[in-house]
Write a protein that binds this ligand. Sequence first.
Ligand SMILES: *[C@@H]1O[C@H](CO)[C@@H](O)[C@H](O)[C@H]1NC(C)=O
Ligand SMILES: *[C@@H]1O[C@H](CO)[C@@H](O)[C@H](O)[C@H]1NC(C)=O
Ligand SMILES: *[C@@H]1O[C@H](CO)[C@@H](O)[C@H](O)[C@H]1NC(C)=O
Ligand SMILES: *[C@@H]1O[C@H](CO)[C@@H](O)[C@H](O)[C@H]1NC(C)=O
Length: 452
Amino acid sequence: MRLGFFLFLLFVGVYSLDNGLGRTPPMGWMSWTAFYCEIDCQKHPTGCINEQLYKDMADELVAGGYDKLGYKSVHIDDCWSEMERDSNGILVANKTRFPSGMKNLAKYMHDRGLKFGIYEDYGTKTCGGYPGSYKHERTDAQTFASWDVDYLKLDGCNIDQALMPIGYPLFEKELNATGRPIMYSCSWPAYLIDHPELVDYHLIGKYCNTWRNFDDINSSWKSIVSIISYYDKNQDKHIPTHGPGRWHDPDMLVIGNKGITLDMSISQFTIWCIWSAPLIMSNDLRIIGDDFKSVLQNQEAIRINQDPLGIMGRLIQNSTDIGTYVKQITPSKGDKKSYAFALLNRNSNKGYRKVEVQLSHLGLNDPSGYFVHDIWARVDLGLLRPGDSIVVSIAPAGSVFFRADVASLHNPIGRRRYRLDNYNVIYEFEKTQARLEGNDLFDYSRTNRVPF
Ligand SMILES: *[C@@H]1O[C@H](CO)[C@@H](O)[C@H](O)[C@H]1NC(C)=O
Ligand SMILES: *[C@@H]1O[C@H](CO)[C@@H](O)[C@H](O)[C@H]1NC(C)=O
Ligand SMILES: *[C@@H]1O[C@H](CO)[C@@H](O)[C@H](O)[C@H]1NC(C)=O
Ligand SMILES: *[C@@H]1O[C@H](CO)[C@@H](O)[C@H](O)[C@H]1NC(C)=O
């Protein structure tokens, strides 16, 4: 057994996941954090795990214009199946709640230009107690392919962790053998939080397109901050193993849910974009407020998330409450590099925090300077040199988020593509948009933030 295990590792060590999927972080909607395992459709007719819920969300993705911005997949989570497999050992969707079956639900998505994701668990049972895939890997991979599934989240409840280095690669092999491209999300490292020494992200990235590595998120600031802290602490392990085709997944966006303010929403979106993390919402798109929708639909933020370099941003400064993050983005060429940067105020109790940021202190040292754009205020700050500073005041649990295009690779005329005329604030800032020289201070207060 032991010898077999090592031979297997030897074999898997040279094999590499090459399914062409997930070249940019996946974007979509998933049910778990908004609807969990609610199966009582009498009591919760519009909020239970049934086919109508997923059809509704698909309709909202399209009608709300989310799909055009990249949110292209609808993901089922746990509690979708019957308690027993059929007589051939095949998984069956709950017949009361999914009367049309999964293949038809997939068709509903595909007819609307969307992708369809499903959930299973590598163990004997899912976390919710439904049939797991252990010893049914081939059958289940074939079943999902026959249903035209595009994405699989494979959880890790109810299985010995020591089997994970065998089971997750095995399932990848079975998915590949179906011939259908299926993006593969592994919960593998999330079950090893207490054994960081056993987590080898280079290995996991050979089998999985994306993976959860920490606790489930919930709709609270405490949860968001706990995830950010875990990622901060482990960034030296995360950053080099993150990129096109292989993404660390800090879990779903909880923007639009009760308990999450607008500033918290801006912060979660900012940090998830700085990380190039998957943007998978879990909320109720049928009732989401317009201001929260604006956060989820900020095109400049999404553009940084989806930047083709796929680099995970780094925490470069950390004080009691404020974290400063920098991420290289395109356009970059040789030494000339463009960046996104963000400051996060983790403290949700104290007031606004005023911080001065000098570009050179963020590593932005190109003498030609940078065209700096405020992503949430949707304002161009103009050309700033490495010695220039921006003064920001950051709301409790809030963030500021900028992109800085290196001037030597940038045609200033091109800045006109920002349609600032949609926002009143342009008139306020036109006066101060004169080019800054030397060590000028751009005193830029967040209290002027444009209402969405
Ligand atoms: C299917 O879902 C219905 C409604 O939630 C539930 O009452 C029933 O027990 C489920 N069936 C199985 C076999 O899990
Ligand atoms: C299966 O793996 C091979 C080799 O890595 C790859 O070229 C192919 O695209 C994969 N096919 C699917 C459907 O994932
Ligand atoms: C949400 O997550 C936080 C942080 O992990 C945890 O302390 C809290 O108990 C969770 N809340 C719920 C309702 O599960
Ligand atoms: C950042 O600072 C906070 C507060 O001082 C601290 O709790 C946290 O561990 C620090 N994070 C890192 C990665 O150093």
